[in-house]
Design a protein around this ligand. Structure first.
Ligand SMILES: NC(=O)c1ccc[n+]([C@@H]2O[C@H](COP(=O)([O-])OP(=O)(O)OC[C@H]3O[C@@H](n4cnc5c(N)ncnc54)[C@H](O)[C@@H]3O)[C@@H](O)[C@H]2O)c1
Length: 216
């Protein structure tokens, strides 16, 4: 199997969500001077069953050595490559408000393979300015900018009322994946990837567990 084929395997979502944890953990152990890491070691650090870790890592093109485990440098390189963090994926962001502005300021996204190359807004105070070196254009200029930049991801941080409209425009312009931060379940054609992300959903889980622990 070639590396490219390996990368297009449809890995179950729970495994995909865990792989970045293994990556962070491997980096942490490397910084502590370790050269090898086993599933059992990772298991102790992040409290996930060792057999689950071994299964998750079986999706990745790496094999461990009996007793010593995985070479840390290899594990980091293979995970970064598999997760797509080594390829920069260019994106446009729509809605440079509190959340959109914060995402533009977050240089951390670059370490995870996402480079937001431009923001779009309608606010005249924002259009023509830069945040973190990233230019902000008027939404009306989106189509023209699509031809200029090689982008296939759109980050959606506009008010909910216009979320569908902006999504439709993005897709018409050639965007193939939408990272949707709005609470709207946007409708898209089948071949378009949507990732919904909500900080608030995680808060609800935290509050529920907190209340549960308090009455225990
Ligand atoms: N997923 C999360 O965890 C999370 C967290 C915070 C906010 N949100 C959502 O993100 C969205 C933005 O929230 P916010 O607090 O940043 O709002 P905000 O009002 O600060 O920002 C919205 C921005 O969109 C711009 N805008 C309006 N019309 C536009 C258009 N046609 N094209 C491009 N930009 C346009 C506005 O000028 C403004 O700058 C909302 O839908 C909100 O519900 C989600």
């Amino acid at each position: 199997m070639s590396d490219n084929e390996q990368n297009v395997i449809k890995v179950p979502e729970p495994s995909l969500r865990r792989l970045p944890w293994y990556l962070s953990n491997a980096k942490l152990l490397k910084n502590k001077g370790e050269h090898f890491v086993s599933s059992t070691q990772i298991s102790k650090e992040i409290n996930i069953d060792a057999s689950q870790i071994a299964k998750d890592l079986s999706y990745v093109n790496i094999s461990g050595r009996t007793r010593v485990g995985y070479d840390i440098d290899d594990l980091i390189a293979v995970l970064e490559d598999f997760l797509g963090f080594t390829n920069m994926h260019k994106a446009f962001l729509f809605g440079v408000g509190s959340l959109g502005g914060a995402l533009l300021r977050d240089s951390g996204l670059n370490h995870f393979g996402l480079e937001i190359v431009a923001g779009f807004d309608v606010n005249p105070e924002l259009v023509g300015t830069f945040i973190n070196g990233i230019p902000i254009f008027h939404s009306d200029d989106f189509q023209a900018k699509m031809l200029e930049y090689n982008v296939n991801i759109g980050v959606l941080t506009v008010p909910i009322e216009i979320a569908q409209n902006i999504t439709d425009k993005m897709i018409e312009g050639g965007v193939k994946a939408v990272w949707n931060f709005t609470p709207l379940r946007i409708r898209v054609p089948e071949d378009i990837v949507v990732q919904n992300t909500s900080l608030y959903a995680h808060l609800a889980v935290m509050f529920n567990r907190l209340n549960f622990n308090q009455i225990k």
